[in-house]
Design a protein around this ligand. Structure first.
Ligand code: HEC
Ligand code: HEC
Ligand code: HEC
Length: 426
């Protein structure tokens, strides 16, 4: 593009004032048009790549160390294991023979090229809100990446879910097809945020409770759910969980794109979403998402609990936990759970610790982990796993303690809760 423009400039200079002026001018005109279309094409591909990032297509359609978009990633769910297909432009094993129309049908209607109904493990229930223009840009980008010949192993889905025609019934009940319709009473920025969160960002694929058939229930959108991986995706509409109604826009943007703030850290599958997708948001899109998330109406707040005086037995239980905390945790998280800004999260006033459902806090203590690696936080400090070091009973005491120390309040955790988390680790 740059070279083309330089050439144009040179031709103009050399031929100006000569007898070849008219021909030169014509040549220049053709080249300028060519250069302009070329630059539009380049810009459109970059736009398609960006949109694919926001949709995190790469995250699901690539295995660790595998070829980009060649599929093969195994997604374990309660219905069985889905293996993501190859979506590189390979004719035989990828989507090389697909037309723009075929691709639109997949994104918008959840149908494959041959008319086969697709499983909603591919989040087309959210992608259906994406505009035709954006879908076409993503498709153009996918056509431009290297074709990889890698065949698609079958899904390993349990009966009766392996019977695809069942999806007809499921779709009739739960799939609402249609692009995002802007709300004219809201700002352009808010609508952009809503479009991204509900559509390409597919936040509700995890943050909305699903019924037995794996359908998300619209009227309970963003209210949180236990995922198949046994992480709890907290409610985006509850301030005690992942709601951001009392956060500043800047803080929400930081949480989404850096993954770490003074008050919270993105962990587990959410850390992956930040690392693979959200950190690449443009400042405008990140802000739009934040504006929309902050505006989400609060679902019924949990009832105010009056804590009675703690019985002796409970105090002993928590005192055991305190001892374990001093031994294993205090060096990093501080004597009063204050943490170290930007390095070790504070445990006091941290909703990941006190949330009614203790699944995530147990998992973090058992498995440890890292906050996401992002441009703004390239070498995050990690937390060691404790599953080999402390018994279930001790983990229960420890987690119960941090849920009730330094002004925190949360229900007690039992060794059975801990055992369940150990049992279903993937
Ligand atoms: C949460 C994981 C996940 C994400 C994110 C995801 N996909 Fe998929 N995708 C799947 C699974 C699983 C299937 C297979 C569904 C089936 O076989 O019914 C699939 C199927 C497809 C198909 C149909 C392929 C075929 O041969 O029928 C296309 C096209 C596709 N995805 C494109 C995309 C694009 C584009 C994006 C990003 C905007 C994306 N996917 C994001 C999991 C995902
Ligand atoms: C693959 C599933 C998945 C997707 C997709 C997903 N989330 Fe999450 N999210 C989770 C889980 C699990 C947690 C709990 C772990 C944690 O707190 O970091 C979480 C936590 C959060 C939190 C609270 C973090 C904290 O500690 O206070 C926010 C805010 C959030 N998600 C917003 C979003 C938004 C916005 C999107 C869409 C752009 C999104 N999530 C997409 C699974 C997901
Ligand atoms: C070597 C330092 C270190 C030690 C020791 C340590 N942690 Fe952590 N902890 C971290 C780091 C770093 C994170 C952030 C990890 C992440 O986001 O995945 C973290 C995260 C957490 C979280 C999640 C907070 C959030 O906002 O999501 C909890 C809860 C927690 N630690 C509890 C404990 C407990 C209980 C112990 C003792 C058994 C402990 N930690 C020991 C460094 C440590």
């Amino acid at each position: 593009m740059k070279t083309a423009l330089m050439l144009v400039a040179t031709i103009k200079r050399v031929f100006s004032g000569t007898g070849y002026g008219l021909i030169a001018l014509l040549m220049v005109g053709v080249m300028e048009i060519h250069a302009a279309t070329e630059s539009t094409a380049v810009r459109q591909l970059a736009r398609g790549e960006y949109l694919a990032r926001v949709g995190n297509c790469l995250g699901c359609h690539t295995t660790k160390g595998g070829q980009p978009f060649a599929g093969g990633l195994r997604l374990t769910t309660s219905f069985g294991t889905f293996v993501t297909p190859n979506i590189t432009p390979d004719d035989e094993t990828g989507i090389g023979r697909w037309s723009q129309e075929d691709f639109w049908r997949a994104m918008h209607e959840g149908k494959s090229r041959d008319g086969r109904l697709l499983y909603p493990a591919f989040p087309y229930t959210d992608y259906t809100k994406v505009t035709r223009e954006d879908a076409d840009l993503i498709f153009a980008y996918l056509r431009s990446i290297p074709a990889v010949s890698q065949s698609n192993p079958p899904h390993e889905i349990r009966f009766p879910y392996n019977y695809r025609p069942l999806l007809y019934v499921w779709r009739a009940l739960f799939f609402k097809q249609g692009i995002y319709e802007p709300d004219s009473t809201k700002s352009e920025e808010w609508n952009r945020g809503a479009y991204l969160v509900q559509g390409l960002g597919h936040c509700n694929a995890c943050h909305t409770a699903r019924n037995v058939l794996g359908a998300s229930q619209d009227e309970h959108a963003s209210e949180g759910q236990i995922m198949d991986s046994n992480w709890y995706a907290p409610s985006l509409t509850t301030r005690q969980e992942a709601g951001s109604m009392d956060w500043s826009i800047e803080e929400i943007v930081e949480l989404l794109t850096v993954g770490v703030t003074q008050r919270a850290m993105m962990s587990g599958p959410m850390g992956t979403v930040v690392r693979q997708s959200l950190q690449y948001l443009t400042p405008e899109d990140a802000r739009a998402m934040a504006v929309y998330l902050k505006s989400l109406p609060e679902s019924d707040a949990p009832p105010e609990v009056r804590y009675p005086e703690m019985p002796e037995g409970v105090r002993k239980y928590l005192a055991q936990g305190e001892k374990l905390y001093e031994k294993h945790c205090q060096d990093c998280h501080g004597a009063s759970g204050q943490g170290a800004p930007g390095i070790y999260p504070a445990l006091t006033g941290n909703r990941s610790v006190t949330m009614a459902i203790p699944t995530n806090v147990i998992r973090i203590v058992l498995n440890g982990g890292y906050p996401p690696t992002t441009a703004a936080n390239p070498q995050p400090y990690g937390m060691p796993p404790f599953q080999q070091i402390i018994r279930d009973e001790e983990v229960a005491q420890l987690v119960s303690f941090i849920r009730n120390a330094w002004g925190n309040r949360g229900s007690l955790v039992t060794p059975v809760d801990v055992g369940q988390s150990r049992g279903s680790r993937h």
